[in-house]
Design a protein around this ligand. Sequence first.
Ligand SMILES: Cc1ncc(COP(=O)(O)O)c(C=O)c1O
Length: 382
Amino acid sequence: MIYLDHAATSWPKPLEVVRAITDFLQLAGGNPGRSGHRLSVAAGRIVYEAREAVAALIGAPDPMRIVFTSNATHAINLALHGLIEPGGRVVTTGMEHNAVMRPLRFLEKRGVDVVVTPCASDGVLDMADFERAVTPGTRLVVVNHASNVVGTLSPLAEIAAVAHAAGALLLVDAAQTAGVVPIDMRAMGIDLLAFTGHKSLQGPPGTGGLALSETVDAARLKPLVQGGTGSRSESEMQPDLLPDKFESGTPNGAGIAGLGAAVRWVTGRGVEAIRRHEVALTRRLLESLSEIPGVTVYGPTDADRRVAIVSFRVAGRRVSEIGQRLDEEFDVLCRVGLHCAPAAHKTLGTFPEGTVRLAPGPLTTPEEIDAALNAVKQVAQS
Ligand SMILES: Cc1ncc(COP(=O)(O)O)c(C=O)c1O
């Protein structure tokens, strides 16, 4: 089987991740930060070490400013609902996932001014339009670091400069980049970064988080849920300690243990090395797919300007048929359709049919890419 659906979720997970989860459940299964006994302390240490590993990977200022959530969607919702009041202005782009668009459309109905700035048909942001949209008084700019449909990387440094000049904070949706593209929140001017554990970080589902830089006044960020945190138990009011303010309820300790192991696995291989590997595979895909008669490839033609996500269509053929034949006849697993990103497909001109998306991972081999290309060729020809 050739698994090319890492943009949906990475698979298989490193053995270290599986072991960390079972070890947590068998050896350290207390409730982290709640009781004072050894199993609770052991669990708390594992959760803290995962915070440290994530903070180091993304250049976050302080492990205590990593708020664990159940996925990137939860982290993005925390940032958007927590920061934006009715009457506030948010600027985003025409390449966003529904994890961004749906909460924004919800907020728009409650009086938030939501501005969606256009991208070109390869997914590249129009900086002139974007600059005009980010007017003084804009509260937040929210952009993906890379598109989940065509992999286009956003020019974060330029976007951060425009956002900050207008007094806005920058929220980056790093669902498709954390673990495969080097990230340094401080150097890149990222104020809030939403990440997910189960994609390029190689961790388990049910993990993710929101990293807050020191530029974010946590007192002005409202929690999505209130409840027990294990801290300040004498009070009926939500504590303002970080990360407790935003982490009510028993955390997903086993998942976070797996996430910590996953981040250490990624760090051990080196994000730069993973990136080089994925750029090479992406280049191979881009060059060969575009030579297959009838195939249209979407997104930037340069592999350096994207993550390892390649979308294509075959003239006159349904994407569902292509996906099914790749799976059933050639054991190639990919994802077809709209990828939870209708706005991006409208920008690319591929709405409502969507595309066939091939997304290799850090352990995908060039031979697997060649076998998948051969499969696409045969499906396209018959
Ligand atoms: C760009 C982007 N943002 C957000 C998400 C949501 O991630 P999660 O499923 O972890 O909530 C995804 C998942 O496909 C994504 O690709």
